[in-house]
Design a binder for this molecule. Structure first.
Ligand code: ATP
Length: 234
């Protein structure tokens, strides 16, 4: 469904991503893993339309969507949960979620039903729905950011390091929710530095090192290989 070919990203003279190829087939859970600074966020942000790639193409069901800005791409079915969560701190939890209604092309009743299933997945968001999002803990804000992504009703959900800065118990809650979302049929592309975590839940992964994909395969094929170990050491 999502197909990235020869994608490159540069910041002036710094080449952060070098001609990477990556497919995310319908219904699959794909991870891009790598050390700090490997280029994971740059690649994901270029796919999501948050930054313009220097070269290459992003295809969605065969249609070229390269360089379409994120706010337009979300209406085509590509949603990103960015690094650092980016919730609207002064707005309530409910208002943050309500903002997603426009993206999915649903009736008010359908949206309300989806909202309830997101609240069922993250009960803390239901109980704190009238509080400003800025008062939530880091883990709760990550849950809110994921809930926002899901509520845009995406064909593919992109996630940038959802484990970052979270306590192990909260990581468990967040990653169990991702599995639940995936088992409900959601196609996912996850960027993670924590390879063990990512390999536990994805069905296919690629390893990024200094902007290049140095290994790819199923978790069973990749776990413990030299490429993974070296890539994660930086
Ligand atoms: P992290 O896990 O730290 O987020 P990452 O794998 O996501 O790392 P990127 O954030 O994509 O890596 O960074 C890749 C390279 O591009 C790094 O060398 C980084 O310093 C550089 N870089 C990233 N963003 C910018 C920017 N806005 N301007 C200049 N250089 C940048």
């Amino acid at each position: 469904m999502l197909s990235v070919s020869r994608l490159s990203v540069s910041y002036g003279p710094i080449q952060a991503v070098r001609e990477i190829d990556l497919d995310v087939p319908d219904g699959h859970f794909v991870s891009l893993i790598g050390a700090n600074g490997a280029g994971k966020s740059s690649a994901l942000n270029a796919v999501a339309g948050l930054i313009r790639p220097k070269g290459g193409r992003v295809l969605l069901d065969g249609e070229d969507v390269t360089g379409i800005p994120a706010h337009k791409l979300v209406r085509r079915g590509v949603a990103i949960v960015p690094e650092g969560r980016m919730v609207a701190a002064p707005l309530t939890v409910y208002e943050n979620l309500r903002q997603c209604r426009a993206a999915g092309g649903r009736t008010a009743a359908q949206f309300e039903q989806e909202l309830q299933s997101v609240y069922d997945m993250f009960p803390v968001l239901r109980s704190r729905r009238h509080q400003p999002a800025g008062l939530l803990s880091g883990g709760e804000q990550q849950m809110l950011a994921i809930a926002r992504g899901v509520l845009t009703n995406p064909r593919v959900l992109l996630l940038d390091e959802p484990s970052m800065g979270l306590a192990p118990a909260v990581i468990d809650v967040v990653f169990n929710a991702l599995l639940e979302i995936h088992h409900a049929g959601q196609t996912i592309l996850l960027v993670e530095q924590n390879a063990e975590l990512a390999l536990e839940i994805c069905d296919y992964a690629a390893v990024l090192q200094r902007g290049e994909i140095v290994a790819r395969g199923t978790p069973a094929e990749l776990r413990g290989t030299n490429e993974v170990v070296w890539a994660l050491l930086g």
